[in-house]
Design a protein around this ligand. Structure first.
Ligand code: PLP
Length: 371
């Protein structure tokens, strides 16, 4: 059937009228690689244990609230400050709502922070190995990314504490990914004191740990904490995260964010999610129980497993490369994350799934190791 479409012909956009070469992109954009998210297959049936999503659906109150929001008032712009969420989250966390800034996922919060704080040629520091997006955010700003390696036992080294004039922001995922390890609150207070610039604690996984840095935000105005509903509330698809910081920081950051960075449906869903603390507590317990089973079984299969404070475990082997193992599982439609960090080595990051998913994964791992 001829739809009469005009065929698309790609035209180069690299020459001026007089034929001279031109590139309209900022040099920083030309040179950067861009962030590659974990595999998100949209077809086929995979057991997905590669991007730390919650294996369980969110509280049923979430789709109900989204339906109600969808049926009333989508013709209006949403609340630019997501006040309904801030009020409820403030009660649950014991935080003044004026200390909360909401975002389209915590990735949005990270973007707002780097746009606001880190300019061309200035420095952004984060530990390595950690969240790969941080490098991309530095690249977008034309900033220099200072990656400081963790010590062998996943603690901060002296270099991480060193102040420097052009350092504008320090990012610290806590618990960290891919290791699932924690830095103690005392060390973080010490860090803020010594670097003497804003320090963001990225608490994407904190709900699966025993410690939070939230109280530190009151103790030191340089310390900020960001959270997401993607992991511990089972809402990766909704896109909702938030920052807790002193009001002076929040006020300035409001100028930088998109006016309507959270849509009406996500605000309604996120508010219902944080309101259902019974769902949250039950889900958390299930994940922690499965995590400890997974870690124990991996050790039984001869893996080195780092004690995890998150909803995944990081493991590796002394006797063989784990890259083949990742591939074999993928052939069997079980996706886990293979990572190989220059100067650090390789490992597998396995997200905590349901008990059934983890049983399938462990069985495949047992078969592969025997080979
Ligand atoms: C998953 C993750 C995020 C992003 O969360 P979203 O709210 O889904 O954007 C941020 N930081 C770390 C360390 C993460 O693992």
């Amino acid at each position: 059937m001829d739809l009469g479409l005009i065929p698309f012909t790609a035209k180069t956009f690299a020459a001026r009228n007089d034929g001279t070469d031109v590139n309209y992109f900022r040099p920083q954009i030309e040179q950067m690689d861009g962030y590659t998210p974990g595999e998100q297959p949209q077809t086929g049936k995979f057991i997905k244990l590669n991007t730390n999503e919650n294996p369980y659906p969110p509280s049923p109150a979430v789709p109900a609230a989204i339906m109600r929001a969808a049926e009333s008032g989508l013709q209006r712009y949403p609340d630019p400050l997501a006040t309904a969420f801030r009020l409820r989250a403030g009660e649950v966390l014991g935080v003044d709502p004026e200390w909360i800034l909401c975002g389209n996922g915590s990735d949005d919060i990270l973007t707002i922070l780097t746009r606001a704080l880190v300019g061309d040629g200035q420095w952004l520091r984060f530990p390595s190995p950690s969240y790969v997006l941080y490098q991309t955010l530095a690249d977008l700003q034309g900033a220099a990314a200072e990656q400081v390696a963790f010590s062998a036992d996943w603690q901060l080294t002296e270099a991480f504490y060193q102040g420097r004039d052009d350092l504008r922001l320090v990012l610290l995922p806590n618990p960290n990914s891919p290791s699932g390890t924690l830095i103690e609150a005392d060390a973080i207070l010490d860090l803020a004191q010594r670097v003497d610039c804003p320090v963001l604690i990225d608490e994407a996984y904190v709900d699966f740990s025993e410690q939070s840095c939230l109280p530190l935000v009151q103790q030191d105005p340089r310390i900020m904490v960001c959270r997401t509903l993607s992991k511990s509330y089972g809402l990766a698809g909704l896109r909702f995260g938030f920052l807790v910081a002193q009001p002076v920081m929040i006020d300035a950051l409001r100028k930088v964010k998109d006016s309507y960075n959270c849509d009406a449906l996500s605000i309604a869903g996120a508010t219902a999610a944080i309101d259902d603390q019974a769902w949250f507590a039950d889900n958390r317990q299930k994940i922690l129980t499965t995590r400890s089973h997974l870690a124990g079984e991996l050790r039984r299969l001869g893996y080195e497993v780092i004690d995890s404070s998150a909803n995944f475990v990081w493991c590796y082997r002394h006797d063989q490369s784990v890259e083949q193992i990742y591939r074999r599982l993928k052939e069997q439609r079980v996706l886990i994350r293979y990572m190989n960090y220059p100067g650090w080595g390789e490992g597998l990051r396995i997200s905590v799934g349901t008990d059934e998913q983890i049983a399938v994964c462990l069985q495949l791992l047992a078969d592969v190791v025997v080979d």
